[in-house]
Design a protein around this ligand. Structure first.
Ligand code: FAD
Ligand code: SF4
Length: 397
């Protein structure tokens, strides 16, 4: 699958001047390279082809009769894990950065596509091909903004790289898999993270200003399994804001249209996925999709504590209730939101059921968004698994 078919070069235009997906563009970076030539087939928002690409990447598509595959995609195994010695400043315990460093130092790959931040702005993404562990580590922690990771693809050919690891989110990986054959690589490894509700840099500012008590000191944040957004500030303090207290009416326009129409939350085409949402609080969630992913994880096993994934609760009533609440932009007073957060943390869905809660909530919201804004795209843009998931709920007209 990594044959060296020469690509056809397209005429190069200034960065950002062509975005065939228009408003739906997630700035994955492909169109900043001469691989824009393949955009009509490759762009996740112009040509949804997850099932076909699953067959190429994993030699089969997901089994829709198996609930775990329906939700989490093709996989051989899942587990909860954390590094025994976490990397300071990583998003979680640094499993992603550690694995990338190991693959470099042990000669598996010659370069790692990852994303550092601009010197003047910790949230402004700066994609690079890292050639040293120091460069990989400098890319640790999420840049919670749309990031043009694939904009560095041209450098592969220029630098003569033959073995590459790409770290990325679903839309980037879909486009990557679609042009994989054209990259001239001998070996490509794909380490994915789940991704949802991403924003432009301006959108991020609005989100921080609307939600955090001190937007300018936020170092990173995450929508956590305890139904709260955790903001980490420069002084190390953690600020927790319950999901149910978010100012939905003001935040509805913040998320990028690409993310409001995305149905690849769990990065279906990566070899190995590292997130958190299917794991207990404080642990990371690992999905091994294929043999390559299993080999990658093996490299790291000695440094990890692991435990089996588990599942508790029933997400469906909570999802069904949240659909009209989000749709109508209902915001609870903070005391009620705090109280609801406490109750739902105790009795709400946990582990894999929390992950399904999050997928159901986002897929139903995104279905309504595509249906209302891009009705002509709805049928082709929704993968079969997403249709199945959405059909479990009653949606407003
Ligand atoms: P680290 O060692 O800190 O490494 C983080 C890696 O992420 C770096 O290699 C960097 O190159 C890469 N990265 C940073 N920002 C971006 C970006 N904008 N685009 C592409 N790559 C980037 N997990 C869930 O379970 N549920 C979610 O809803 C979820 N949403 C996410 C949204 C975004 C925008 C991102 C980037 C990740 C999200 N994740 C989500 C994954 C999770 O937050 C962690 O990134 C993951 O568990 C790895 O943690 P770590 O400590 O091992 O990563
Ligand atoms: Fe191009 Fe990527 Fe935007 Fe699609 S999402 S238009 S491939 S930059």
């Amino acid at each position: 699958m990594t044959a060296t078919t020469p690509h056809q070069k397209a005429r190069k235009l200034p960065k950002g001047s062509r975005r065939p997906a228009k408003d739906l563009c997630s700035e994955c970076g492909l169109c900043d390279t001469y691989y824009i030539h393949y955009v009509k087939e490759a762009c996740a928002f112009l040509n949804q082809q997850i099932t076909e690409l699953e067959e190429i990447a994993h030699q089969r598509s997901r089994d829709l009769e198996n609930e775990n595959e329906l939700y989490f995609g093709v996989h051989q195994s899942m587990m909860a894990a954390r590094k025994r010695e976490p990397i300071a400043g990583a998003q979680w315990t640094g499993i992603v950065s550690t694995l990338a460093c190991k693959m470099l130092t042990q000669g598996w790959v010659e370069g790692v596509v990852c994303v550092q931040n601009a010197a003047e702005d910790r949230f402004q993404p700066l994609p690079i091909i890292a050639r040293t562990p120091e460069e990989v580590l400098a890319a640790r922690v999420n840049k919670p903004t749309l990031s043009p990771n694939l904009s560095v693809l041209e450098q592969i050919e220029q630098s003569g790289l033959k073995r590459l690891l790409v770290i990325g989110v679903g839309c980037q990986i879909q486009a990557l898999r679609a042009v994989e054959q054209q990259l001239g690589l001998e070996r490509l490894y794909v380490l994915g993270t789940p991704c949802v509700d991403n924003v432009t840099r301006a959108g991020l500012q609005k989100f921080l200003e609307t939600t955090s008590r001190s937007p300018e000191t936020v170092v990173h944040y995450e929508f956590m399994q305890d139904f709260r957004v955790h903001f980490k500030h420069e002084d190390g303090s953690i600020e927790k804001v319950p999901f149910f207290g978010l100012k939905t009416n003001q935040l509805k326009d913040v998320f990028a249209p690409s993310c409001l129409s995305c149905f690849d939350y769990v990065n279906a085409l990566a070899d190995l996925v590292v997130g958190y949402m299917g794991a207990p609080f404080g642990w990371q969630w690992i999905v091994v999709r294929n043999d390559t992913g299993a080999q990658m994880l093996e490299l790291l096993k000695d440094e990890l504590d692991t435990q089996p994934v588990s599942s508790r609760g029933n997400r469906k009533p909570a999802v069904q209730q949240s659909i009209p609440a989000y749709d109508q932009g209902i915001t609870l007073p903070m005391w009620a939101a705090q109280l609801m957060g406490v109750v739902i943390e105790r009795i709400g869905p946990q582990g894999l059921e929390y992950a399904r809660f999050s997928i159901d909530s986002h897929f139903t919201r995104n279905y309504l968004y595509v249906q209302r804004n891009y009705p002509e795209k709805l049928d082709h843009h929704l993968p079969e698994y997403a249709k199945h998931i959405v059909s479990q709920y009653q949606l407003p007209q």
